[in-house]
Design a protein around this ligand. Structure first.
Ligand code: HPA
Ligand code: ZN
Length: 326
């Protein structure tokens, strides 16, 4: 069996995926036409050519603009179905997907429109691919605490369909401590907690995510490695890191894939996983991410199997279901 087929065939969970980041340029154009929205690009190729980022904010500006074409429940369903189809082809059997309600509610799209469409896509994935999935509602950290509380309130009727809350968008200048109270409130409602930290932000933001947010899972976490005490702590508590290699490359978190720290993470005893983050923007889905680091860092099949195993251990599936996947 080729390495390519081994990676595709490895059953895996995807734990770090922004559904808005799976909007491929082709679908962006189709939805723009369907909803009579003008987008500032003439062709699909022109969209792809614009995906040249020097940092997180560069990407976020274009990612929020792209999301404007998403208007109706059907649009969100089509977006989710396209992602699940692509993920199934890559051997994903379980996905915990993030969505950013504020990106939509702030431009007048009802919370219910967004989530009803995504849930319909999730039901379709279960029917057609036997793929299970969970929803993570992410707060935009460049907005204030009050806006995050309003989002949590808007989610109230849907809380039985949402597994976790997350924290994403512009990291620098928006430390986890800003959201300590809203995360505590989410915990009080029985939700799991995840947060992006240590992508561009310093190790102290990771420490805050642990101490002030009480996270169950760490999104990215790369810069934790700058602090040996923090790294040892993450290893000791068995914290799952949702690492996204192609994202790290495209957003200049690493200069070259040959410098990616995935194997250093595993050697340090961290429960690292591989994920695609925003695959339509970063040039690859989950199997492409496995392949890119495997090639660049010389990972063998045992390493790859460990990364896939970590993805189930780090999921929010019940223990008996996790055991079936191991
Ligand atoms: N980081 C922060 N916010 C995001 C990302 C990311 O990689 N992708 C989508 N929103
Ligand atoms: Zn992310």
């Amino acid at each position: 069996m080729t390495d390519h087929d081994f990676i595709t065939g490895l059953p895996k969970a995807e734990l770090h995926l922004h559904i808005e980041g799976s909007l491929e340029p082709e679908l962006m154009f189709a939805l723009a036409e369907r909803n009579r929205i003008t987008i500032p690009f003439a062709t699909v190729e022109a969209v792809r050519a614009a995906y040249d980022f020097s940092n997180l904010q560069d990407f976020l500006d274009i990612y929020y603009a792209g999301a404007n074409v998403l208007q109706t429940e059907q649009d969100f369903r089509d977006l989710a179905v396209a992602y699940f189809d692509r993920a199934a082809a890559d051997g994903v059997v379980h996905a915990e997907i993030m969505f950013d309600p504020q990106t939509h509610t702030d431009r007048g799209i009802a919370f219910g429109t967004v989530i009803a469409g995504l849930l319909a896509g999730m039901a379709d994935a279960e029917t057609r691919h036997s793929m299970t999935s969970k929803l993570i509602m992410s707060f935009l950290r460049h907005l204030d605490e009050e806006a995050a509380f309003a989002t949590l309130a808007a989610a109230e009727p849907w809380l039985d369909r949402i597994d976790a809350v997350g924290l994403d968008s512009s990291e620098l200048g928006h430390p986890p401590e800003k959201f300590a109270r809203v995360f505590a409130a989410a915990r009080g409602k029985g939700l799991r907690l995840v947060a992006h930290a240590g992508e561009e932000g310093p190790p102290d933001y990771v420490r805050q995510a642990l101490d002030l947010l009480d996270i169950d899972r760490l999104d990215h976490g790369n810069r934790s490695l700058e602090d040996p005490v923090l790294t040892a702590r993450l290893a000791r508590i068995g914290m799952t890191l949702t690492v996204c290699p192609l994202s790290n490359l495209k957003l200049c978190v690493v200069r070259d894939m040959a410098e990616h720290p995935i194997d250093r993470m595993l050697k340090a005893g961290l429960r690292a996983t591989i994920n695609s983050d925003d695959p339509a923007y970063f040039g690859g889905y989950i199997a492409d991410n496995y392949r890119a680091v495997a090639m660049a860092r010389g990972l063998d099949r045992n390493d790859l199997a460990l990364l896939a195993r970590n993805s189930f251990l780090g999921s929010f599936l019940p223990d008996d279901v996790v055991a079936k996947h191991l």
